[in-house]
Write a protein that binds this ligand. Structure first.
Ligand SMILES: NC(=O)C[C@H](N)C(=O)O
Length: 322
């Protein structure tokens, strides 16, 4: 029989209603109890928070727990129960560091544990089955919701309330009743080593652009003192003219800037000058390529934490070609 390790971090799957709104209440054991599964499962509580409270220090803790579980010879796979709001960041973070053949599946719920139609127990049942299935060996880190398991890379929460809330990454597997069916193997990307503790302290804001935006918030971020900036452009990575000088200032100060886009699909592309991606990349920004804003920020944080020189940062983003 396969052994699956479940790491609890909180989220709606562990939340119960209260007068002030749903809050995290249940431990990993309590969350597991609701699945009525007989698979051999070990549990551990690492965090007890909603994922909108997640910090970079928390990411390090989750990673340490996942890595430790993967080192246990008897464990076949790992499940992380997690709030859905920032699951795409944690999943991508774990995937950038994951070298084990053992699958890691993040799952959660959109409806709190005490609601009659909660989706948590079924999601956890499916995630445990998938994590323990030999079919998913070597499949990496996935987000598992509503019987679908997507590679963490590119997977995003697409709906605030729907129970089938995640898509975007490669659909690696589906589970039909008791059977896990492997559908694809996600493209492999270079992994990084675990970041040093300074990762926990990094400050990397996302600066948005829209019609009428000036670059004042960008300059304020520089004055405040930041470690890097993700500039979210419009279209293929374009921004009002004022951002060109802002990017030049940041780069001159040694603050890396990654240019991403608010468009849900497609890469940043150097098409337009006069404030467009052509100008912003010439000013020294790095293209996020196919990475979305939030996952580009996670990669940038890891690279900065490793104190890699500018050319290594650029090379790492240049690799994000699909
Ligand atoms: N569905 C959820 O889990 C959302 C919750 N706000 C969280 O991310 O913790």
């Amino acid at each position: 029989m396969s052994v699956v390790h479940v790491i609890g971090t909180g989220g709606t799957i562990a939340s119960r209603s209260s007068s002030g709104g749903a809050t995290v209440a249940d431990s990993a054991d309590q969350v597991l109890e609701a699945t009525e599964l007989t698979t051999e499962v070990t549990t551990e509580d690492v965090l007890h928070i909603n994922s909108f409270h997640l910090s970079f220090a928390d990411l390090l803790e989750v990673r340490a727990a996942v890595a430790a579980a993967c080192r246990r010879p008897e464990v076949d796979g790992v499940v992380v129960t997690h709030g859905t709001d920032t699951m795409e960041e944690t999943g991508f973070f774990l995937s950038l560091l994951h070298t084990s053949e053992k699958p890691v599946i993040l799952t959660g719920a959109q409806r709190a544990a005490d609601l009659p139609d909660t989706d948590g127990p079924e999601n956890l049942r499916q995630a445990i089955r998938a994590a323990g299935s030999p079919q998913l060996r070597g499949a990496g880190v996935m987000v598992g919701f509503d019987s679908k398991f997507h590679a963490a890379r590119h997977t995003r929460k697409q709906h605030t309330l729907a129970t089938s809330a995640f898509s975007g990454g490669t659909l690696v597997a589906e589970s039909y009743q008791h059977e896990v069916v492997r559908l694809a193997t996600p493209a492999s990307y270079p992994t990084l080593s675990d970041p040093p503790e300074r990762f926990a302290k990094l400050n990397i804001p996302i600066i948005d652009t829209a019609p009428g935006s000036d670059a004042n918030l960008f300059h304020a971020a520089l004055e405040h003192g930041v470690d890097g900036i993700v500039l979210q452009g419009v279209g293929a990575g374009n921004a009002p003219t004022a951002f060109t000088a802002a990017v030049e200032t940041a780069v001159a100060e040694g603050i890396p800037v990654v240019l991403a886009t608010r468009v849900p699909a497609g890469p940043v592309a150097a098409i337009y000058g006069n404030g467009g991606a052509v100008t912003l990349l010439e000013a020294g920004a790095m293209s996020a390529q196919y990475l979305n804003t939030y996952q580009a920020r996670i990669l940038l944080a890891l690279l900065i934490a490793h104190q890699l020189p500018d050319d290594r940062l650029r090379a790492a983003f240049a690799e994000q070609t699909c």
